[in-house]
Write a protein that binds this ligand. Sequence first.
Ligand SMILES: [Zn+2]
Length: 74
Amino acid sequence: MEEKKCPVCEKQISKEYNFCPYCGEAMTDLAKEFSKKQTAIAHLKLLSALIEKVQDKNTLDLLEKLVNQYKKNL
Ligand SMILES: [Zn+2]
């Protein structure tokens, strides 16, 4: 079976893995794309929780810009 080296933990793992079984690093383009989306979703959840509590207009504008940035990654 073909193997590759994880760039993070440097363990040898099978080429079939999308994620490193030791440290969870994304190993393929597909997995990287998936991780990016997961991160964007997590950040969007945090941002919407923040937006609910913000009273200041400037801060709200800033947070809205961030939300739009993350939405591009989805
Ligand atoms: Zn690893």
